[in-house]
Design a protein around this ligand. Structure first.
Ligand code: SF4
Length: 327
């Protein structure tokens, strides 16, 4: 039996290279060795203001991004959270063993609460509990996440421990598989659609170059002849390291330090590599966008399979807490 992984993405719309490198590319590699459940977690997405029409489109775009990045529905389960109602039911049960004082301390809650002061809803506070459910309802042992999600996985382990202690061994304590977060092209902030500092998976080479050419580099290189330090340059640390091969990295490091290459030369090498990697993904995005029925079928069928696993866990939980009226 393969060991199970759960990972999820919020339907935030067009996917960018941060999503690709931080999650999707890794997921596609993991699916041969693990039993994977990949979720489009739309209940998480409604903790912030949303439009019903827009969210439906975003779910579709997110599924297209999954498939175009190599997630194979023959190997992995692709599910939509709101189509598996067991997530919401188990969340209530977990709510009743989750201390509020710990949820209030979660960094993402503090951050979101300060960003949307007029809409500090219960969903924001409860977000990590629902995330714990997303993982534990499939008894996943590993969770690929960004480093900002580590506190959520710690809380997931605490909830699993607490449940096991009170009601008997039921859940594994999952471990995180951490992927480094890529900074946006501004070199300061996390990639964000709002800040416009990201490259989308469906952008054309021309659009990519327009964003890459002015991207922030080592600020010490004010002129072409100024030497730079690649390890202080986001273009090198975040992007070249992800897209370029060893020889290219050595060439860039040396050329940057002795100023034999300029930043635009350096970005050209990177640009070629990004285009080589992303062109097949972009072409697949275009193809899947034209196959709406197929994409929706993948989500619906995947959610049915996920529902069977989730129901099995929920029944076990209900039995353990004494809610076994129907068994
Ligand atoms: Fe960064 Fe490359 Fe410019 Fe060096 S040459 S500062 S690594 S963009």
């Amino acid at each position: 039996m393969k060991r199970r992984i759960f990972s999820g993405a919020q339907p935030t719309g067009r996917l960018h290279i941060g999503n690709y490198l931080g999650a999707l590319q890794n997921w596609a590699q993991l699916q041969s060795d693990y039993d994977c459940v990949f979720g489009i977690v739309d209940y998480h997405a409604i903790t912030v203001p949303f439009s019903p029409q827009e969210i439906k489109k975003r779910v579709f775009d997110c599924a297209v991004g999954f498939l175009a990045s190599g997630i194979d529905p023959e190997k992995s389960i692709v599910m939509l959270q709101s189509l598996v109602p067991q997530h919401a039911e188990l969340t209530w049960i977990f709510n009743c063993i989750s201390p509020v004082q710990e949820l209030i301390r979660v960094p993402t809650f503090k951050e979101k609460a300060s960003q949307q002061k007029g809409n500090v809803n219960m969903g924001l506070l409860d977000y990590p509990v629902l995330m714990a459910v997303d993982i534990l309802i499939y008894k996943a042992e590993f969770v690929p996440v960004g480093d900002d999600q580590i506190p959520h996985i710690e809380l997931t382990r605490e909830i699993a421990r607490e449940f096991n202690k009170r009601f008997g061994e039921t859940f594994p304590e999952p471990k995180e598989i951490v992927r480094p977060r890529m900074l946006g092209l501004d070199g300061t902030n996390k990639m964000s659609k709002t800040l416009g500092n990201c490259i989308y998976l469906d952008e054309s080479p021309d659009e990519i170059w327009k964003k890459l050419a002015p991207a922030v580099t080592d600020t010490r290189r004010k002129k072409r002849q100024d030497p730079g330090e690649p390890n202080d340059c986001n273009i090198f640390k975040s992007y070249h390291k992800a897209f370029s091969n060893r020889e290219e990295l050595t060439y860039v490091e040396k050329g940057c330090r002795n100023a034999s290459i300029g930043c635009l030369d350096c970005k050209r090498i990177l640009f070629d590599n990004i285009v080589k990697e992303l062109t097949p993904v972009r072409e697949k995005i275009e193809r899947f966008k034209d196959k709406k029925d197929y994409v929706m079928d993948v989500i619906i069928e995947g959610s049915k399979k996920a529902g069977v696993l989730a129901e099995r866990t929920l029944r076990e939980v209900k039995q353990k807490i004494g809610f076994d009226y129907l068994s």
